[in-house]
Design a protein around this ligand. Sequence first.
Ligand code: NAD
Ligand code: MLT
Length: 537
Amino acid sequence: MKILITEKIAADSIDYLRLEGFEVDECLGLSQEEINGMISQYDGLIIRSSTRVDRKMLDEAVNLKVVGRAGNGIDNIDVTACTEKGIIAVNTPEANIMAAGELAVGLAFTIYRNICLANSAVHHDDFRRSRLIGRELEGKTAGVIGLGRIGSIVARKLKGIGMNVVAYDPYITAERFDKLGVKRCDRLEELLHQSDLITLHTPKTKETYNMLKTEQLAQCKQGVYIVNAARGGLVNEQDLYDALVSGQVAGAAVDVLDQEPNYDKKPGEQQYQHPLLSLPNCIITPHLGASTHEANTNVGTAVTELVARALKGELVCAVNMPAISGDLAELRPYIGLCEKLGAIYFQAETARLKKIEIIYSGELAGMDTNLLTLSVLKGFLSTITSERVSYVNVKQNLTAMGLEVVESKTTQLEKYTNLITVRFISSDKTLSVSGTVFGQDSEVLVDFFGYHMDFELSPYVLAMQNEDVPGIIGRVGTILGQKSINIATMHWSRKKDKMRAQSFLSIDSPVDEETIEALRKIEGVLRVSVLNFTMVS
Ligand code: NAD
Ligand code: MLT
């Protein structure tokens, strides 16, 4: 499988992908059009913040299965379009937060003490330090907007240097503010009124874009300092320019810009212009927040592992998958079973369904089973569509089909520790299958459309319904033997009142149509279904 990397990541991580058997093309500095023109060849794409993964690109990306964002912000990825196309989008939210937090704190010191101006002056032979009198941070009030991962690091560090820290974040709990020892501002204005330094750490969303404009800047203390190492555009750049010129804002440091330059072009090739570049009281750094050796290693390792695992079909934590609370390790053994239970119906039946009900019994009832439900649905869809089905788009596909999905739970269970039952409901009947996992990996079917058994599922299963009379299995064995199809295990279940039996044969290879026809012709055989589980986990 082929992976395209369009922005710089640690070389060791690229080696890792190659060792894992992937063909990797690292093509830096490409234009968006060039990337769009070649993306159809690739199964995986690894980007940072400059490459735009928009609908236009995704329409070309016919083989793309995963987009790996080396870093945190996903504002350059159209996650909705990825989801519609079943493309997994992963990021590495934890890997560079220390780097970004430290840069924000560093920028605060830098603008408070005129460090950049001083450095530039001495390089131009100007050592007049009386022009560069700065201010101290200790005892001042810092206003942190967005108290998430990076905001919390920044708050902790600024407290450590003796600042009073207040924060505005309407989405986090009061306990979190208390834990960090940060005073909560219920409204943004409260923070603006009292802060000497404002540092922004929110994502870029419709709500946060331009959250500081002239109106908000005017509510700040005269001579406030502003640091934006989050996303360009959180502070309106023209309004910031005006406030820096008027002195309402004494100094600003921006690591991120609304329209960013190409970070791979050499001087002379770059034709970037921005009004803020002309102001001495504004420091601009080239989106350096994550650029430490430590963060590069962390981000590169994390993103390449995620992309490799996603391409191998493993379950990864993706931004376009519903959040799963609790321990994934406890659910993991059931994922394959759920996919197989979902995949049974349309391999054995034809009636159109209106509803699928999934019942979790036993210990599973106390867990977040969202992922298992997605697994059942993924298995179900994988048997009826040639479209790419992944955890990320399965719900959307089912909604489009008008199929209702309900989940229920009960802790009551006698024979097993856990049981998963999938009820396939059509307008005139309900058929159900149930399964459990023994040990860590033995996926066992315990009920198949009303027949009880303990049958360990394997990639190929022959499910036959026959009259409960002697001799049938012998004839089945003969036909399969003639076709060199090896039978690994067999199981029979009977419904005595109906004089019918259900036979399950685990076989080592697929069965062709001719063989199935021959089996169907055996006297007493009522039905033959081949359950192929190779397309699921
Ligand atoms: P996070 O998701 O952990 O935290 C963001 C916080 O913002 C959350 O607590 C959320 O509740 C809060 N928030 C959302 N909307 C808000 C609003 N309207 N008002 C106030 N608070 C709001 O994210 P993070 O990992 O801390 O990253 C913060 C920002 O830093 C992101 O924009 C990310 O892309 C950026 N970042 C930049 C660099 C860089 O190189 N400069 C590096 C890493 C991250
Ligand atoms: C991020 O969101 O992680 C940062 O902006 C860093 C980056 O993309 O380089």
